[in-house]
Design a protein around this ligand. Structure first.
Ligand code: PGA
Length: 252
């Protein structure tokens, strides 16, 4: 069975409830006839309920950009997987490079969050990707495989099937510098190879692996045409309805 393409928008620290609600309404109408493609958006936690209300009935999914690595307790200033689920959200981003680089996220933290999310029935997008120094040092595969292994190894195949991976080279995020389709495809194929070696065949065949890093309407089609690129995780270009819709329309 072919993998259904999956386009997600990470709104990061942008758009409070009013603006986020407007964008969500615009997306619900712009994407009404999107065909067979899955779409999710990740507003700030404070805007998530407004967005969920605005896209209700559109099939657009809404998730949190981050959850805490403990289920509950004295952890000022964060949100839990259970709260996301209770609020009616369905998805969560885990291990985004900004969390890893700016907020001290670790492979172990990513794993804890994956398990909490799965326990609550949330569908995680787990982000992996190398820095420019790691790429220049020839460590792309080692780094990405290590991150994927930390997140997935030892989980039940059924659990892994609930997860989407996003390959986001850190040097391509928010820089306007996109990986070439060939560069991205090479890493995506290598991740799928790792999945094949560690899980039953259906896991590798069904797993959506998104590309992220300066995806725009103008470069989305050639990236999405690659065999192992099953969607996109979009930052900057997801903040406007027309550019995000342009990326969704690039799915063939
Ligand atoms: P960008 O961000 O599209 O602005 O490069 C991608 C991401 O951080 O997921």
């Amino acid at each position: 069975m072919a993998r259904v393409p999956f386009i997600a928008g990470n709104w990061k620290l942008n758009l409070g409830p009013a603006e986020a609600g407007e964008l969500a309404e615009a997306l619900a109408s712009a994407l009404a006839d999107r065909g067979e493609v899955e779409v999710a958006v990740f507003p700030t936690a404070l805007s998530a309920l407004t967005v969920a209300g605005a896209v209700e009935g559109s099939g657009i999914e809404v998730g949190l950009q981050e959850i805490h690595s403990a289920a509950s307790g004295a952890f000022t200033g964060t949100n839990s997987a259970r709260m996301a689920r209770e609020a009616g959200l369905t998805r969560v981003l885990i291990g985004h490079s900004e969390r890893r680089q700016l907020f001290g996220e670790t492979d172990a933290g990513v794993r804890a969050k994956v398990e909490l999310a799965l326990a609550e029935g949330l569908l995680p997008i787990v982000c992996v990707g190398e820095t420019l120094e790691e790429r220049d040092a020839g460590q792309v595969e080692a780094v990405v495989h290590r991150q994927v292994a930390a997140a997935l190894e030892g989980l039940e195949p059924d659990q892994v099937a609930a997860i989407t991976l996003a390959y986001e080279p850190v040097w391509a995020i928010g820089t306007g510098r996109t990986a070439t389709p060939a560069q991205a495809q090479e890493v995506h194929a290598s991740i799928r190879g790792w999945l094949r070696a560690h899980f039953p065949a259906f896991v590798a065949e069904d797993m959506r692996i998104q590309y992220g890093g300066s995806v725009k309407p103008g470069n989305a089609a050639e990236l999405l045409a690659c065999e192992d690129i099953d969607g996109a995780l979009v930052g900057g270009a997801s903040l406007k309805a027309d550019s995000f819709a342009g990326i969704v329309a690039a799915v063939r």
